[in-house]
Ligand binder design. Structure first.
Ligand code: PLP
Length: 401
């Protein structure tokens, strides 16, 4: 019998980030010294005290099914985290734990979207937002943020994007792929718009909360404007800050009815997140954060080195990111030009292909993030590799004609 995809899946694009990783892997297997700036995860290991908590959980036999949306101990740790770090009150019934930040977002969308419902979010956006929205029958409505505003949308743009069909605003700060972090004042301006549109729910994606630089202070929507608390889902996770991408723990705080609906989704799909990972997450959230200082200092050093290299490349420009470990470089001035080896650059996919094939540097094209022409560089890799990547990038720029 011929296989046919469902209509819902046929609307979805495969992950471009994974495609780049695959291509880089193939070249590496052929012996090419590829530097990957494609990864979306820190190169640091999970801190020891967190690993230890997981080992103890295994030894104590915490290896069975747990309550669908999280063990009480983890919900308690999350409630304390929200109170301590974001001044937000969430009871256990207002908290959901899932196998990663990704399923948290997906569960919320699948629990709420009807065909034709619109979801707005700033572009460049994280690759999964539009695809998840499509999978749930909704209509993604990206709002293009310009490089001139540091890849942040303005209140006017948000106002224009909202229609009577808008169900959600997804708001990711600091952002993947641009690293753009909204200040409290910038969030305040956006919330003034949201106050005029009471039918719109807000989903914040605070995954990079703890990876911020200089004097930038992280704020989240419900904290900045408590009047929006009742229609905001504040999502977060341990993947990035605690270098726990493989453990698969994401969480959210929000209205009880929404959290109950997300629980219903999980009860018939994933069931609970891994029991052992949940105990590790308890240790992460209740434990010290001092290791972040050293890690963020390393990220900051790498960010500045990469920004310096980009500035030295004629035709590339990038705003200074406030957080995360990505830089989004605008490459409009490279389009229409040719590389030293004669490859014609018609778009940012060509730019990334040429960068990989001619200079063995893997970056992700802006097309994947609704941000053409540009490309994303992840600097979550070691300093030596980054210095070499910077040299190769400069060589590519110098060779363009
Ligand atoms: N949100 C953003 C902005 C991300 O960059 C990622 C991971 O890349 C996630 C959510 C999902 O994180 P997790 O690995 O916990 O599913």
């Amino acid at each position: 019998m011929p296989f046919t995809q469902s209509d819902a899946l046929a609307r979805v694009q495969p992950s471009a980030t994974l495609a780049v990783t695959q291509k880089a892997r193939e070249l590496r297997d052929k012996g090419v010294d590829v530097i990957s700036l494609g990864a979306g995860e820190p190169d640091f290991d999970t801190p020891d005290h967190i690993k230890q908590a997981a080992i103890e959980a295994i030894r104590a036999g915490k290896t069975k099914y747990t309550p669908v949306d999280g063990i009480p101990e983890l919900k308690d740790a999350i409630a304390h985290k929200f109170k301590r770090e974001n001044q937000l009150d969430y009871s256990a019934e207002q908290i959901s734990v899932a196998p990663g930040g990704k399923p948290i977002i997906y569960n919320a969308l699948v629990a709420t979207l009807n065909p034709g419902d619109e979801v707005v979010f700033p572009a460049p956006y994280w690759v999964s937002y539009p695809e998840m929205v499509r999978l749930c029958g909704g209509e993604p409505r990206p709002i293009p943020a310009s490089i001139g505003t540091g890849f942040k949308i303005t209140a006017e743009q948000l106002e224009k994007a909202i229609t009577p069909r808008t169900k959600w605003l997804i708001f990711n700060s600091p952002s993947n792929p641009t690293g753009a972090g909204y200040t409290r004042d910038e969030i305040q301006a956006l919330t003034a718009v949201l106050m005029r549109h009471p039918h719109v729910m807000i989903m914040t994606d605070d995954m990079y909360e703890h990876i911020v630089y200089g004097d930038f202070t992280f704020s989240t929507v419900a904290q900045v404007n408590p009047d929006l608390y009742g229609r905001t889902l504040t999502t977060n996770g341990v993947s990035k800050a605690f270098s726990m991408t493989g453990w698969r723990i994401g969480y959210a705080g929000g209205p009880k009815a929404l959290i109950a609906s997300m629980r219903k989704v999980m009860s018939q799909t994933t069931s609970n997140a891994c029991s052992i990972s949940q105990w590790a997450a308890v240790a992460a959230l209740n434990g010290p954060l001092d290791f972040l200082g050293e890690r963020n200092a390393a990220f900051l050093r790498r960010r500045d080195k990469m920004l310096e290299d980009i500035a030295a490349c004629q035709g590339l420009s990038a705003p200074t990111p406030e957080g995360a470990f990505y830089i989004f470089a605008d490459c409009a001035a490279w389009i229409g030009r040719a590389t030293a080896k004669g490859a014609k650059l018609e778009n940012d996919v060509d730019v990334c292909n040429a960068l990989l094939e001619e200079e063995a540097v893997a970056a992700v094209p802006g097309a994947a993030f609704g941000g053409s022409p540009g490309f994303r560089i992840s600097y979550a890799t070691d300093d030596v590799a980054l210095i070499e990547a910077g040299k190769r990038l400069r060589r590519m720029a110098d060779g363009l004609s």
